[in-house]
Design a protein around this ligand. Sequence first.
Ligand code: KG4
Ligand code: ZN
Length: 333
Amino acid sequence: MITLGIETSCDETSVAVVEDSTSIRSNIIFSQMVHAGFGGVVPELASREHLKAIMTVYREALKAADIIPDSIDLIAATYGPGLVGALLVGLNFGKGLAYGYNKPFIAVNHLEGHIASNILTHRNLPERHLTLIISGGHTSLVLVESFGNYRALGQTKDDAVGEAFDKVAKLLGLGYPGGHEIDRLGKTGDRKYFRFPRGIIKEDSYNFSYSGLKTAVALHVQSLNEKELEEHIADIAASFQEAALEVLVKKAARAASEYGIKAVTLSGGVASNSRLKEMMQDELARVGADFYYPPPKLCTDNAAMIAAAGYLRYLSDGPSGLNTNAVPYLKLT
Ligand code: KG4
Ligand code: ZN
């Protein structure tokens, strides 16, 4: 079955063609650059950029997959969570295509899309697994009993982990979004340079907190003069990363032990972090769980994961109505 996926929940305009939930025929991602100067995503600009880009991205996706619209069997589009104006562009584009070409339509939860990014990547991934969804907007630890059957174990009580990376990058003058730059700089820095606070909340909780860490880094940066900051920028990046990532790794490993889970996955933009992958590998080996993550192109927001999730949802639930609306605060469970 051939699914056309559409993703416009934040600042990536993406259209993909995927066969079943396993084979990507095309996955075109247009990352909006207009937000860089603002240090964060400007919702109104995001909607306008999606409107400008969506037709071109759609045509490119069909061309790269070497397919005509008539050969598509299902149209899947993200309906939440995300920025409402941005969601409406892709959702209505998808519904219009479904109506015009007389194809079934399926509305997809963006978070379920991130879960599907690992199903799409790893054919041997056990159905029951634990996943960390970590991006600029989300920090969630979810027990996947099977596709569509989830138990939310914990989430952030304030900032998302990617947001913390972006805010610290801004403090260090590294531009936006800055996660990748902190990752790169952190490789050469001293992880033990400064012990920033770990947002543990309570020992037995699976929730996360990142606002205290962000403030601690800001206070530390303020305490340095220009020369000291320049000298220690990589050390600060490395020490911040250690604090931000350690809680993710420890909580995921503890949940794997507590629930007897043998497979743990990462998804979302922060899943491409190289230090996080090292730490997860070590910690999960200790508790006897296997570790999976998608390639970078499927970590970031993309339509291939939306198509894969849409296909699996369609098999279990059938099509969505063409009156489906965007739901900005849509939950996974
Ligand atoms: O999933 P994504 O593309 O968009 C959403 O936020 O939904 O994630 C983007 C986030 C940004 O906060 C970015 O700084 C972060 O992922 N990110 C990283 C890395 N690459 C992207 N954070 C840490 N290390 C990276 N290598
Ligand atoms: Zn996302």
